[in-house]
Design a protein around this ligand. Structure first.
Ligand code: 13P
Length: 249
């Protein structure tokens, strides 16, 4: 039985003060939820403050990116050790926005996951197809390629997969629960065929998840949680998603 995992990807939103305001409002709303893993990934600048406020709570802290070197002359980059020292236990790697706007390839994603895992950070690996790829019936081919490249020479320990169809991100257009489940089934099948321990891997769905569609998505056997963007920016809305996932557990 895989424990539901709901994660907030705040992207480039919230100052330190806004982060503190969110956490102070959010924690009392979810402090009785024990059967869902909850994670917040604020921007780098707010990590330390978030870590201080989340201490001894039931909410974990993650980062949205990491570099694949341990230290050195890489202006503007952040190492896994820095994330650990800021209180993170997890990092999101390979988000489609990083792939699209910052030219991250599967090879770079693979290097980042390796360095993160060497430092004992849990990883949420994002994969997903564009609208053109889906319409051309290339979804499984694209996802298989992303999985093969990103997970090359890596075991599945402490890795969560986030399936985020690019056409559903920030568009208000959610994949149907059937579309999500069918695609997650493909991902699970790929993992079973190529790696050990596939049945323990959690597969989150991401793309316009909201309080009013989380229950339907979670009712599907292969949907183990969600990676939430826009609807994670307000405490009541993100708490609604966490509680919707708890209900379906
Ligand atoms: P939205 O929930 O805003 O569609 O974003 C999804 C996402 O990209 C989470 O990583």
């Amino acid at each position: 039985m895989r424990k539901p995992f709901i994660a907030a990807n705040w992207k480039m939103n919230k100052t330190i003060i806004e982060t503190a305001e969110f956490i102070n409002a959010f924690l009392p709303m979810v402090n009785d939820v024990m059967d869902v893993d909850i994670l917040i990934a604020p921007p780098f600048t707010a990590l330390s403050e978030a870590s201080r406020l989340l201490k001894s709570s039931n909410v974990m802290l993650g980062a949205q990116n990491v570099y694949y070197e341990e230290k050195g002359a890489f202006t503007g980059e952040i190492s896994p050790g820095m994330l650990l020292s800021a209180g993170c236990s997890c990092v999101i790697i390979g988000h489609s926005e990083r792939r699209e706007y910052f030219s991250e390839t599967d090879e770079i994603v693979n290097k980042k996951i390796k360095t993160a895992r060497n430092n004992n950070l849990e990883v949420i690996l994002c994969i997903g197809e564009s609208l053109e790829q889906r319409e051309a019936d290339k979804t499984f081919e694209v996802l298989g390629g992303q999985l093969a490249g990103s997970l090359k020479d890596l075991p599945l320990d402490a890795i969560t997969i986030a399936y985020e169809p690019i056409w559903a991100i920030g568009t208000g257009k959610t994949a149907t629960k059937e579309q999500a489940n069918e695609t997650h089934e493909y991902i699970r099948g790929w993992l079973r065929k190529n790696k050990d321990g596939a049945d323990n891997v959690r597969i989150q769905y991401g793309g316009s998840v909201k309080p009013d569609n989380i229950e339907a998505l979670m009712s599907e056997s292969e949907v183990d949680g969600a990676l939430v963007g826009g609807a994670s920016l307000k405490p009541d809305s993100f708490a609604g998603i966490v509680k919707g996932a708890a209900k379906n557990n």
